[in-house]
Write a protein of this length. Sequence first.
Length: 108
Amino acid sequence: MTPLRQRMIDDMRLAGFAERTRDVYIQAVRRLATHYMRSPDVLSEEEVRAYLLHLRDERGIARGTFKTNHGGIRFLYSRTLDRDWPLFSQKKRSRTEEAAPADRALPC
């Protein structure tokens, strides 16, 4: 086991994550590393962004699967590697905002 993987596991344990969540997050990071054939700690923000877009647009994975992968990768970079990337600090839109276009008024 690499020191980076062990540190991420330790960080997740300290954060109180369930074992299954830890396993899924580690798998997400492992797939990222396999995709680029490099350690995740040497990847740029643009490479990670391109990978997430690849998952969503080219592989067409389900929304829940995407969110799980995004969560695992975000945890690695934000918590374990302490990187303050805009990719992971963007404000989330609520489902209501996603469902209703901004230019269309909602009925009262």
